[in-house]
Write a protein that binds this ligand. Structure first.
Ligand code: OGA
Ligand code: MN
Length: 286
């Protein structure tokens, strides 16, 4: 089945048509989808109707499931579809979750620019987010093109970054938000990992900045120097020209390549229901 692509931004992101996603893909369809992701980095499918099982079957046809932080966050997944994460302010009994509830921390942390699972090796290749119920005109998700951002750096800055690595920690983004609920036992499950600040995409060959809220330091730099470099790079990489803002509609299914883009959720009135489901494909590179 051919995939029709309608670009939604000058640099990246396309709306994809002609694919029914409620089943696993065959080899040629998978290749076509991956080729589209290699070039556009974010694909938007409208009007989908996916059961949790169908989403997991589809996700598995793209690779093995990334379990993210689920070793610590048991409460936010459904056991029959392990690896499917409720990105939702509504609990299993269909009640709104209180804004001060510890379960909201994951949602707040999602509002910082990040690449999913950058705190572990391997990190996430693709994330797949399906909108079940979304508020109108708020709670958008933004994506920033880290390939274009890298290419937009001066040559001297690009050269300076070669060989540098950033330390990524699962808890750094949350601790920035004052979330200190983790026990030593939890912390041990996700020791820091180091990733090059610039990663080359194995398929497209393009280099991209690999930064975001889990990055807490840079090898060879003092803590403040490392953090200032990271914040300077993030500021550059999330300039308007590199950013696409997705306005969700019920039934949207968005797939992105975490090696090529950063993303963040935008705030919304928490008394409005916002219910999405995410599944994640683990990358191969370690
Ligand atoms: C995610 C995420 C942002 C949002 O699901 O990985 O970061 O807008 N979501 O919900
Ligand atoms: Mn995320």
């Amino acid at each position: 089945m051919p995939i029709d692509l309608l670009p939604l931004h000058p640099l990246f992101v396309a709306e994809a048509e002609g694919f029914s996603l409620d089943r696993a893909l065959n080899d040629s369809e998978r290749q076509e989808l991956e080729d589209a992701l290699d070039s556009f980095a974010v694909l938007v499918f409208r009007d989908q109707n996916l059961s949790p099982k169908a989403q997991m079957d589809f996700t598995r046809s793209l690779g093995s499931i990334d379990m993210g932080l689920l070793k610590v966050l048991r409460s936010h997944t459904t056991s029959e579809n392990a690896g499917l994460i409720a990105i939702s302010n509504v609990d299993r009994d269909d009640n709104l979750i209180e804004h001060s509830d510890a379960r909201m921390m994951a949602l707040y942390a999602n509002q910082l620019w990040h690449s999913d699972s950058s705190f572990k090796k391997p990190s996430a290749k693709y994330s797949l987010l399906f909108a079940i119920e979304v508020p109108t005109d708020e709670g958008d998700t933004e994506f920033a093109d880290m390939r274009a951002a890298y290419e937009g750096l001066s040559y001297s800055r690009q050269a300076e970054l070669q060989g540098l690595e950033a330390e990524h920690s699962a808890f750094f983004s949350r601790m920035q938000l004052g979330d200190l609920q983790y026990k030593p036992d939890d912390l041990e499950k996700y020791p820091s990992v180091w990733w090059p600040l610039v990663r080359d995409h194995p398929a497209s060959g393009r280099s991209s900045l690999f930064i975001g809220a889990h990055a807490m330091g840079v090898t060879g730099r003092t803590t403040p120097e490392g953090r200032l470099l990271l914040s300077e790079l993030l500021e550059h990489a999330t300039k308007k020209e590199y950013v696409y803002r997705h306005k969700w509609r019920k039934g949207d299914f968005v797939i992105w390549d975490n090696r090529s883009v950063l993303h963040r959720g935008r705030s919304y009135d928490l008394s409005h229901r916002r219910e999405l489901r995410r599944s994640t494909v683990e990358d191969a590179e370690v």
